[in-house]
Write a new protein. Structure first.
Length: 268
């Protein structure tokens, strides 16, 4: 994208936010109201990457970029920051965090690069009161839930507050599973708050198990979602070929089709 096209996008967004001639919907938006769109567009880009669809990637990156420009426009309207300052801030940060590239302070390997990166990040945030008070779990809300859980585990591991190996985490997962089952005992009054709490504990423990197995829990779950999608698409293909109407099929009929899809996968 040329600088002229980037400036054109900025002007388009500024026009949308014009108090007199702008779009009523865009004028109603706030940083908070736009958050869900930033998340949705980011996930749609991830899906395009997983599909290997470059045309779709280009389109979805544009949607993500629109969110960046929108947030910058909102901030500029109250004289907080603008698109230029956002670009300058990230460029300066990348230069600062890559001394092995932009200075003569070379690193011997990737491990040292990562270590320096964390040290530089910590130094950058040294003046933030929240970091001084709550350093270990400061990243709690900065990422999707499963990713946050894994990052919390990595943080606490550095101060020796962690399980020794994955077998110990497996016992913890089983413990949390039993506690959830207890809350769901047939005949027992359902306490949704307690069930949610126990479900959260179980998911947190599963995320730690993934971490101990050197797996990214967020990526792992997304791969499972994609596998389900792929199989269900195959199920629909079979149903269509055989004149079966999915929405009118019984659960047993769908289970039979599902089993056939799994058998086809195994044979391939």
């Amino acid at each position: 994208m040329s600088l002229s096209e980037m400036e054109r996008l900025r002007e388009v967004v500024a026009k949308l936010r014009d108090p007199k001639d702008g779009c009523p919907w865009d004028l109603e938006q706030t940083h908070k109201s736009l958050l869900k769109y930033l998340m949705e567009e980011s996930y749609e880009f991830m899906h395009a990457v997983e599909d290997g669809n470059y045309k779709k990637m280009e389109d979805e990156l544009g949607d993500v970029l629109l969110q960046v420009v929108l947030h910058s426009q909102l901030a500029s309207e109250v004289s907080k920051f603008d698109l230029n300052s956002v670009a300058k801030t990230i460029a300066d940060k990348m230069v600062r965090r890559h001394p092995h590239v932009f200075t003569n302070n070379k690193a011997k390997d990737v491990a040292e690069i990562k270590q320096r990166w964390e040290e530089i990040k910590k130094a950058e945030k040294a003046n933030e009161e929240s970091l001084k008070k709550y350093e270990i779990c400061n990243e709690l809300l900065s990422f999707p839930a499963l990713t946050s859980a894994a990052k919390i585990g990595k943080k606490t591991n550095k101060i020796n507050f962690d399980w020794e190996d994955y077998t110990q985490v497996m016992y913890k997962v089983e413990e949390e599973w039993q506690e959830l089952k207890e809350e769901l005992t047939p005949g027992r009054e359902l306490n949704k708050e307690r069930v949610q709490e126990e479900m959260g504990d179980l998911l947190f423990s599963v995320a730690q198990l993934a971490r101990h197995l050197d797996l990214d829990p967020e990526v792992t779950l997304r791969e499972a979602n994609l596998k389900f999608k792929r199989r269900f698409n195959q199920l629909e293909d079979i149903a269509r070929e055989e004149g079966i109407i999915i929405r009118e099929s019984s659960q047993d009929e769908l289970e039979t089709l599902w089993s056939r899809v799994k058998e086809i996968e195994k044979s391939n």
